[in-house]
Design a protein around this ligand. Structure first.
Ligand code: PLP
Length: 412
């Protein structure tokens, strides 16, 4: 029996996803096959352990599924070992710390204020609570990672582990340099490539794999898979990583999600995925061009990847929070974001983060993204009037009308 109240909420969300311009840099739209597998009968199966080493009977078919997922992701990145069981990116990072560190060990990660992630040592996160985390960041002049300062910190702190990777950083990270400094100083080097995983898979962003001892990722951002995490590592760390995920941190794996991950990796291996990843970057560059024409200040001067950080306080005299609301009202979804050296509290923030992966999946090309950037500029630079709002809504509808998505799906 259907809970109509609940299904109606999901239907409304389906329509929001169909009709809005989705610019959250960490989101994407999965294929119908990924959706089908994420909602499949595999949700019924307990499979604690790993393929051929399970604590439950009846695992022969889910073993096939997990093996496919592991093999495919290793092929994609040239990784020696993969654990596809982490329920999320945060869980993947937790398992790595559990495998490699003792309580109180020193770790160096990117500052959240400069684009890092909570799990890279924020004091309120388990990482900052359980380990002695230090943070590196960006230089005031360039707003890109201050590699010389980072080197000095590694030499002084002598961390056991260095964590690279970010949630709000629009430039390419020099993994080779960071790894060399870490290794020269006796530290392990981990890259959390959650945001750029799809770009790396397609070869349109430098890969951390030749340099990193461990790489973690989410599967739901540029990789365009179900929500989840993966850990990849060198063979010699494989047993420790697997033990940390299960039984260290999780119970039964989400086999339906692992099946959806395997389908995602299959899609990533198709030639079209390379075109998709290239288009993500072309689209981000198209937005960069228009924002510059419109006189907006972009953090780090622009983008090399799938996202832009726009300093709306400097550009339009409004907070990130207000910009997010003004865009929400015209069916454009983005998120407020702190910018480096922000003088506002994170909940208000001076910036907005804008990403191109989701709308690139819907088929938007450079000219569409140029129009999106123009609409954003028009909305944020002008007074908050009903006329401007209506005009923007019409322009947004004109862009979204031409794309159809999930047309076979209905919940009510
Ligand atoms: N690592 C990075 C760099 C991220 O950006 C994120 C999510 O935004 C995560 C980890 C955490 O992923 P999840 O939300 O799946 O726990």
């Amino acid at each position: 029996m259907k809970d109509t109240q609940l299904f109606e909420s999901v239907e409304r969300e389906l329509n929001r996803q169909r009709n809005n311009i989705e610019l959250i840099a960490s989101e994407n739209f999965v294929s119908e096959e990924v959706l089908q597998l994420a909602g499949s009968v595999l949700t019924n199966k307990y499979a604690e352990g790993y393929p051929a080493k399970r604590y439950y009977g009846g695992c022969q078919f889910v073993d096939e599924v997990e093996e496919l997922a592991r093999q495919r992701i290793c092929e994609i990145y040239g990784a020696e070992h993969a654990n596809v069981q982490p329920h999320s990116g945060a869980q993947a990072n937790t398992a790595v710390y559990l495998a490699l560190l003792q309580h109180g060990d020193k770790v160096l990660g990117m500052s959240l204020a400069d684009g890092g992630h909570l799990t890279h040592g924020h004091p309120l996160n388990f990482s900052g609570i359980n380990y002695e985390f230090y943070s590196y960041g960006v230089s005031k002049e360039t707003e890109t990672i201050d590699y010389e300062a980072y080197k000095k910190q590694v030499e002084e702190i002598k961390p056991k582990l260095v964590v690279a990777g970010a949630s709000a950083y629009s430039r390419i990270i020099d993994f080779e340099f960071m790894a060399k400094v870490a290794h020269d100083n006796g530290a392990l080097f981990m890259v959390d490539m959650a945001h750029i995983a799809g770009l790396v898979a397609a070869g349109v962003h430098p890969s951390p794999f030749p340099y990193a001892d461990i790489v973690t990722t989410t599967t739901h951002k540029t990789l365009r898979g179900p929500r989840g995490g993966v850990i990849m590592c060198k063979k010699e760390l494989a047993a420790d990583i697997d033990r940390a995920v299960f039984p260290g941190m999780q119970g039964g794996p989400l086999m339906h999600i692992i099946a959806a991950k395997a389908q995602c990796f299959y899609e990533v291996q198709q030639p079209e995925f390379k075109d998709y990843a290239k288009q993500i970057i072309k689209n981000a560059k198209a937005m960069e061009k228009v924002f510059k024409e419109e006189g907006f200040r972009l953090v780090a001067g622009g983008t090399d990847n799938h996202l832009l950080l726009v300093d709306v306080k400097a550009s339009c005299g409004i907070s990130g929070k207000k910009a997010q609301r003004l865009l929400d009202e015209i069916n454009i979804t983005a998120n407020k974001n702190a910018i480096p050296f922000d003088t506002e509290k994170p909940f208000k923030a001076s910036g907005i983060r804008i990403g191109t992966p989701a709308m690139t999946t819907k088929g938007f090309k450079e000219e569409d993204f140029e129009e999106v950037a123009r609409i954003i500029a028009y909305r944020l630079k002008n007074e908050e009037t009903d006329e401007i709002k209506e005009e923007c809504l019409k322009r947004v509808a004109k862009l979204t009308e031409k794309v159809t998505m999930y047309s076979n799906i209905k919940y009510i």
